[in-house]
Design a protein around this ligand. Structure first.
Ligand code: NAP
Length: 281
């Protein structure tokens, strides 16, 4: 599994991690087994949130990582409506309890909300001083939100921006990725398979993925994940509810695509114009 430095944290993190949204809908034993298989195969970055299943997913993640917490790069998120100065601290402590751990590796604001960003960031810094989080970051932040966060926090504090990024949705390439790279923040691609809208095998783009996959003895999804991780700032967090899906996704971690293959994928899934607003799910 290819690993790389995660933004300013200097932590070595796998390019492919594990999402957990809606994991509470799977059979619990299957979901736990999938996460554990993912860990075994090097997908040690686990992304969760207090929102997922109203806390049920954090509990499930807690079960999956029991006795192996030190292997895991654990990320959770505070809901914007909870992200006041005191609410953020309370939310983090509740997440830690559900996850049965004493610290998060990164704690994110799930999306920009109504509480002053100064208050959320002050709470993040307090949690950091107390050792409850090792770093903090943001999610669904467009450039103006990122500028505001940087203005408040100063350089080197924003660990990452977790944003929607898949082959059919490349809007972040216009300005968000360049901003993050200038500030050395990691970019974490959420919904890397389009959250259930992966290019079909008979579509034009799907055929390109299949072609390239065949040349590597790989699968189209592995090729897609590798394309999304083609720059050193990029990480992806596909969600898998079965051990087979987890194993396939982890298999992308060692795939190497040539420049010509990357160019073919780029042409098959044009990034389009910069939209007025950052696309989110
Ligand atoms: P996704 O990872 O793009 O796609 C998940 C879907 O792909 C599921 O239906 C899954 O099926 C299927 N899948 C996964 N691996 C597969 C494989 N190898 N072969 C065939 N199908 C496969 O969607 P997502 O859950 O929306 O995004 C990933 C993660 O990003 C989330 O779980 C969450 O952690 C994070 N996220 C963050 C935000 C945010 O606002 N910050 C928003 C959305 C998502 P099974 O479940 O049956 O395995």
């Amino acid at each position: 599994m290819d690993r790389r430095s995660f933004g300013p944290t200097k932590r070595d993190v796998p390019v492919i991690g594990q999402g957990t949204w809606h994991l509470e809908r799977a059979r619990r034993a299957d979901a736990v087994a999938a996460l554990r298989r993912g860990l075994d195969l090097g997908m040690t970055h686990i992304d969760t949130a207090e929102m997922y299943g109203d806390g049920a997913v954090e509990e499930l993640v807690g079960e999956a990582i029991a006795h192996r917490r030190d292997e895991v790069f654990l990320v959770s998120k505070v809901l914007p409506q909870n992200a006041s100065r005191r609410g953020t601290v309370r939310a983090c402590e509740a997440s830690l309890a559900r996850l049965k751990t004493d610290r998060l590796d990164v704690y994110l604001l799930h999306w920009p909300g109504d509480h002053p960003l100064e208050d959320t960031i002050a709470a993040f810094e307090q949690l950091h001083r107390e050792g409850k989080i090792r770093a903090w970051g943001v999610s669904n932040f467009d450039v103006a939100d990122l500028d505001a966060a940087l203005e408040i926090a100063g350089p080197g504090r924003i660990a990452c921006n977790q944003v929607l990024y898949h082959l059919k949705e490349r809007a972040i390439e216009h300005a968000v990725i360049p901003w993050c790279e200038r500030q050395r923040a990691a970019v974490v691609a959420y919904s890397p398979f389009g959250s259930g809208d992966f290019p079909g095998p008979r579509s034009k783009g799907g055929r390109v993925l299949q072609d390239i996959a065949r040349a590597h003895g790989a699968t189209p999804r592995q090729v897609a994940l590798r394309f999304l991780g083609r720059r050193p700032s990029l990480f992806a967090i596909p969600k898998a509810a079965t051990v087979d899906h987890a194993a396939e996704n982890a298999g992308a971690g060692d795939l190497q695509l040539t420049d010509a293959e990357l160019a073919r994928i780029d042409a098959a899934f044009p990034r389009g114009r910069r939209p007025k607003e950052l696309p989110t799910l």
